[in-house]
Design a protein around this ligand. Structure first.
Ligand code: PLP
Length: 403
């Protein structure tokens, strides 16, 4: 018996052929008998059955329908279907946070004795899962500089099962050649998992580039307004059925219906927000690059980005984030942060509000000093998430604080 997700039957819509802005408003909607305009919020734990026979059939997987919201829920299902349309994925599972998505996607497919290769430039908690948690369960892991394809090839062992990377990376905005990594993985039958948060689903399509699994923290651009946590894992129907389905049901990283509803509303405006934030970020990056107090600017989209050729090959837009070094070390960085009036000091990103953080003392403070140095996270480095404010106000705020 095939163990189905027990969600509503897939609607025979045309959403895969729509352009993203249309998908983000209409894909996946499943209206109730009341014909509500906006997506309904099904704040329920369970579901009732018209008969004992129907209950039995659902549990047997012989009849489609909802069973329990840890498995699937109509509002969460709409969010998953909308994400599938945007990503061009066959199936998805929405999770309570980005880290629930990352840890589920990695842990569901490995066992003791397997080997995982990951790019070392990872979001702090992702790095902890790979470097600290997985070895506790007997999974060997190797961290490499992912920007050099030769390093992926060299790290391969007979038991290598998974490649994991983030591109652009947090916080140094390194870019990794996803198609190149996928080619190496396919030659050995390994699965490539890409954390696509920094690129957003609009500017980079890992599945089209050859990756097998894509994960998001929906907390970032998908909500985009600082309200709730969420995440999603997307892949082929086969991978979800065989690897994630049972892990997900029985470990319970499920997204709450209320947060799914909030994220559906976020998706409606995702294209306009990301486009405007990226335009703002490109202008801010150019402004910073021209300022004498700024020692270095890293922005995917500028010609001086270290992997500008890979950016051109695999990304259709820049980034809403800018990384830069202020001459004068940590003291100068802190003084600058404390003078900002519009840009707020916060480790979050992708928000309508511009947010800035000093990675060495916040998001990446748990890394050993050598590991930070390897990643180029200096004491003078700042990571700015550019918001939706008027870009001239943002530049004036930065300019005043730099003076
Ligand atoms: C924020 C983030 C995560 C974790 O997401 P949460 O929703 O905070 O759990 C994972 N990867 C990247 C790249 C992120 O930026």
């Amino acid at each position: 018996m095939t163990d189905t997700k027990n969600s509503a039957p897939a609607k025979d819509d045309n959403s895969k052929n729509w352009r993203p802005a249309t998908q983000m408003i209409h894909a996946g909607i499943n209206r109730s008998q009341f014909g509500e305009t906006s997506e309904a919020l099904y704040l329920t734990q369970g579901f009732v059955y018209p008969s004992a026979e129907v209950a039995e059939a659902r549990f047997m997987g012989e009849e489609e329908g909802f069973i329990y919201s840890r498995y699937a829920n109509p509002t969460v299902d709409m969010f998953e279907k909308r994400m599938c349309a945007l990503e061009g994925a066959e199936d998805a599972r929405a999770t309570a946070s980005g880290m629930a998505a990352v840890s589920s996607a990695l842990l569901c497919q490995v066992k003791a004795g397997d080997h995982v290769v990951a790019a070392r430039a990872l979001f702090g908690s992702c790095r902890w899962v790979v470097e600290t948690l997985m070895p506790q369960y007997g999974v060997e892991t190797t961290l490499i500089d992912g920007t050099d394809l030769a390093n992926w090839q060299e790290a391969v062992r007979p038991n290598t099962k998974v490649f994991f990377l983030e591109s652009p990376t947090n916080p140094t905005l390194e870019v990794i050649d996803i198609a190149g990594v996928a080619e190496i993985a396919n030659a050995i039958g390994a699965t490539v998992v890409v954390d696509n948060v920094f690129a957003t689903p609009l500017f980079q399509k890992p599945l089209e580039l050859g990756a097998h699994v894509v994960v998001y923290s929906a907390t970032k651009h998908i909500d985009g307004q600082g309200r709730c946590l969420g995440g999603v894992v997307l892949s082929s129907k086969e991978w979800i059925d065989e690897k994630l389905h049972n892990f997900f049901r029985h470990t319970g990283p499920s997204l709450s219906p209320f947060n799914a509803w909030t994220l559906l509303k976020g998706l409606e405006t995702l294209p306009v927000r990301v486009k405007q934030q990226t335009e703002n970020a490109a202008k801010v990056a150019d402004y910073l690059a021209g300022h004498k107090a700024i020692a270095r600017v890293i922005y995917p989209g500028r010609a001086d980005h270290p992997q500008a050729d890979v950016v051109a090959k695999q990304m259709s837009g820049g980034s809403t984030l800018v990384a830069f070094d202020i001459s004068g070390g940590r003291q100068a960085s802190f003084a600058f942060l404390n003078k900002l009036r519009i840009v707020a000091i916060s480790n979050n990103l992708g928000d309508a509000k511009s947010l800035i953080t000093h990675p060495a003392t916040t998001t990446h403070k748990n890394l050993a000093e050598e590991a930070r140095a390897e990643l180029g996270i200096s004491d003078e480095m700042l990571r700015l998430s550019v918001g939706l404010e008027d870009v001239d106000d943002l530049i004036e705020d930065l300019d005043r604080a730099l003076a």
